[in-house]
Design a protein around this ligand. Structure first.
Ligand code: ADP
Ligand code: ZN
Length: 808
């Protein structure tokens, strides 16, 4: 009887493909393994995702090979990955390719190899050609152009390669490239038991043999003390039948050495103990149960996570602990290592080398590691017996991926926990509006830590109205008098300060210092964005536009001005007031180099810096005990983002940044500079009043029908040609509207908003637009999106889909 398999291939199509399995391979075929398949004239690798007993169409071709001895993913995890793929409208083959540790996807390609008869030339070759020859020499099966480019870090190689080809030093053949990442092995020398040792062994041979008699086995580097090159010695011994050679897998691991801090025995307070108790009983029931852990900054949430993780591990299960990209600091890692001594930990994030990630993946699959700590991509890690998922700072926007599959790790985590019967804890001081809403609806159990540990007070927050600080020229200064004075006091006191300025480069907003008006879109309740070239203000949701006014439309004020300064300008300004202050800046510019982020934090922690200035990078997770002053330079920057979540983002940022102050024995103070001193997000943050904020904001959301009262999907189109792109997006917009008018859509209405220019209207020469779909019926949204994608594909329109968008 023939066997058929369903295969997902890493190409942009939603469909799967059916192949037959020849008799010789039928024993090896299994879900989760890769198969080499013919695809048109090419050979590609695909992932086996299921079996069929009968062919579902004619003309089915055989698979050519099975590429793995063990599956790369389990059927259980496949169910989870498939769900993600369909929810985010991203093809399953591409999803699997992205999720699995990099570089294990193969396809046939033109491969370059050193020609068989090649000899070293009499004259030395140019350097470029020599480098290529060296690389090809080390890869007997050949390398593709793409791989060569990558290995030579993108330098132009076409000309050198052409020269090598025409001189017949290099040949090109169609073939299958070796995967970049494979398991790493080493040779092992084993003593053969029961052999009598012949008399005439050399001194070196004798020493190697006695070492093996003592150890049983050894690898080559171990034998270096006996001979610089142990290989000939081992071969002599093999010829004499005294030892044998074999291979074994070695695991690569990350080099980070843990910083050992003191193991302090923490006695849980009553609130923590109550939360831990609830989690314990949920964990012991071994069923899906979602929790929201709502605890103010410094309330000891991390201790609660640790407690639950320990229990999951003790009961023989696995645990997944996700933190925001920025929160994955050496400080946190050493805290985890310290707490889970003796437990192997897989640390997974984008900076971990691919070979190491691959080895972690395999060890997790085999159950050799049961604890994963990582950023969003770690959510996909294979944990055969998953009991617990912790999402720390669940409101954090770094859980959302905005390229390829645009998933939200928190939302997917809840789904994974449900599919795999695990407990999930979403923790935050400032939960996402939707998460808290769900908790209030009874969908999540709420655990709460309303107080800081040891009853430390939350910091005092003061609001400074920057309109009152206006100088004679009408300009608003960067620093208020209050903040300058407070910084002076802090320095005199030997304490440290943090200044926060969230300056997003592309956005400046227009406001009137006389009445505080910021110009908003009349349709969408988001601020208008300046397009300086066209001299107009524009809405990024619906494309509403007005000419940039010269007088305030509300009060007629003449001082209407753009507001906002970057971190660099701020640092200069501070140095002009305090020439001897030791400052450091932390933003995307200063942390571009690997390790820079950590270096700055460490040196701040050691007290080598008086004042740390930074963007939202400084707002999260850090536990500095000597910070007594936190300054927020312009609370309005986030408030006026062209985003319906701007109030929520502002509240979160202010609360998180305030939470960095007063974590030690000394009390902390926070100074917030703003031109909107009465805004409810700022007032509620001042009073540490999350619930009050939530209740006020939820009314706004309800009146405008924004999430959590609706769901959104954004469709993005881009084009190098502005005219053509605009035509296409308008066509897509018409199609969407036409679908919503059809009879079948009447009962499940979807609102189509736009097309409008994307917030960043042009990136790398591509013009960008977007269409927003809004509905309180999730099925209807997905149904419309699927129909649109199908008709768009037949018209060759490329649409990218962002489900539940966060950053736009
Ligand atoms: P959160 O995650 O809520 O911001 P953490 O768990 O980081 O808070 O705790 C803040 C600080 O308080 C840490 O230094 C932690 O070691 C300490 N801590 C936590 N729980 C207790 C406790 N019960 N008693 C004393 N200190 C505690
Ligand atoms: Zn609008």
């Amino acid at each position: 009887m023939s066997m058929y398999v369903k295969i997902a291939i890493n190409i942009p199509t939603e469909s799967h493909f059916t192949y037959s399995v020849p008799q010789a391979l039928s024993g090896d075929a299994a879900v989760g393994k890769r198969a080499l398949v013919p695809f048109g004239a090419r050979k590609l690798t695909g992932y086996i995702i299921g079996f069929l007993s009968e062919p579902d169409f004619d003309d089915i071709r055989d698979i050519l090979d099975i590429l793995d001895s063990e599956p790369l993913f389990s059927s259980e995890d496949l169910a989870f990955y498939s769900w993600a793929s369909s929810y985010y409208h991203y093809p399953l083959g591409k999803t699997l390719h992205d999720i699995l540790p990099g570089g294990i996807d193969l396809k046939s390609d033109r491969l370059f190899k050193v020609a068989a008869g090649h000899k070293a030339p009499s004259n030395p070759l140019p350097e470029g050609q020599r480098k290529i020859l060296d690389l090809l020499g080390a890869a007997p099966k050949g390398l593709s152009l793409k791989r060569l480019r990558r290995l030579l870090s993108g330098s132009p190689i076409r000309r050198d390669l052409a020269a090598l080809l025409s001189a017949n030093r290099v040949i090109a053949e169609e073939g299958l490239e070796q995967p970049e990442i494979r398991k790493k092995t080493e040779k092992v020398i084993t003593l053969v038991a029961g052999r009598s040792v012949p008399a005439r062994l050399s001194a070196v041979q004798q020493r190697v043999l006695s070492y093996l008699q003592e150890k049983g086995t050894a690898c080559f580097p171990e034998l270096r003390p006996f001979a610089c090159n142990p290989s000939p010695v081992v071969h002599r011994l093999m010829e004499k039948g005294l030892v044998s050679l074999s291979e074994r897998e070695v695991y690569r691991s990350s080099e980070e050495s843990p910083e050992m801090s003191i193991l302090n025995d923490i006695h849980l307070n009553d609130d923590q103990a109550a939360a831990c108790g609830e989690l314990e009983s949920a964990l012991s029931s071994r069923r899906f149960k979602p929790f929201l852990l709502h605890g103010v900054t410094g309330s000891g949430k991390t201790e609660v996570y640790f407690h639950a993780i320990k229990q999951a591990l003790n009961s023989g299960g696995g645990a997944l602990y996700l933190v925001p990209e920025i929160g994955l600091t050496p400080q946190l890692l050493s805290r985890v290592r310290n707490r889970f001594q003796g437990e192997e930990i897989a640390v997974i994030h984008s900076d971990i080398a691919r070979g190491i990630r691959y080895d972690f993946w395999r060890r997790l699959q085999r159950g050799e590691i049961r604890l994963v700590v990582g950023a969003r991509s770690a959510l996909f890690a294979p944990l055969p017996n998953l009991r617990l998922i912790v999402i720390d700072e669940e409101h954090d926007s770094s859980y959302k991926q905005d390229v390829r599959m645009r998933y939200h790790a928190r939302d997917l985590a809840v789904l994974r926990a449900k599919l795999q019967n695990a407990v999930i804890v979403l923790g935050s001081a400032t939960p996402d509006m939707r998460t808290f809403y769900q908790a209030r609806q009874g969908k999540y159990d709420c655990l709460s830590l309303p107080r800081r540990v040891e009853n430390r007070p939350l910091p005092q927050v003061r609001i400074v109205d920057m309109k009152a600080e206006r100088e004679e020229t009408g300009r608003i200064p960067v620093l208020s008098r209050a903040l300058i004075t407070a910084l002076e006091e802090t320095l005199n006191d030997g304490s440290q300060a943090l200044f926060f300025l969230n300056r997003r480069g592309f956005h400046t907003f227009l406001f009137c210092p006389d009445c505080g008006t910021v110009l908003f879109c009349p349709n969408c309740a988001v601020s208008l964005t300046l397009h300086a070239e066209a001299n107009r203000l524009q809405c990024h949701y619906c494309d509403y536009a007005v000419k940039t006014p010269s007088l305030c439309p509300k009060c007629g004020g003449r001082d209407i001005q753009f507001y906002g300064a970057g971190t660099e300008r701020l640092e200069k300004e501070i140095l002009s007031h305090f020439p001897h202050i030791r400052t450091a800046r932390m933003d995307r510019d200063t942390t571009a180099r690997k390790g820079a982020h950590t270096r700055i934090l460490k040196s701040f922690d050691r007290g080598e810096i008086d004042l740390l200035i930074g963007t939202q990078m400084i707002t999260k997770g850090h536990d500095f005990h000597n910070v007594t002053l936190v300054g927020v330079i312009a609370a309005d920057t986030a408030l006026n983002l062209p985003d319906f979540r701007s109030a929520e983002k502002t509240f979160q940022l202010l609360t998180q940044v305030s939470g960095r102050g007063g974590r030690g024995r000394k009390e902390g103070q926070v100074i917030i500079q703003t031109i909107n001193p009465d805004h409810f997000a700022i007032q509620r943050a001042k009073n540490h009043d999350y619930t009050g904020f939530h209740e006020e904001e939820i009314l706004h959301r309800k009146s405008l029908g924004y999430p959590p009262f609706s769901r959104l999907i954004i469709l993005q189109l881009s084009s190098l040609n502005e005219e053509r792109g605009r035509r296409e997006v308008e066509e897509a917009g018409r199609m969407a509207r036409a679908f919503t008018r059809e009879e079948s859509s009447r009962t499940m209405p979807v609102e189509v908003i736009g097309p409008a220019e994307a917030p960043i209207a042009k990136i790398k020469g591509r013009y960008r637009w977007q269409i927003m779909l809004k509905s309180d019926n999730l099925q209807a949204l997905h149904f419309l999106t699927r129909r649109l994608l199908t008709s768009a594909a037949s018209r060759k329109l490329e649409i990218k889909v962002d489900v539940d968008p966060v950053n736009f």
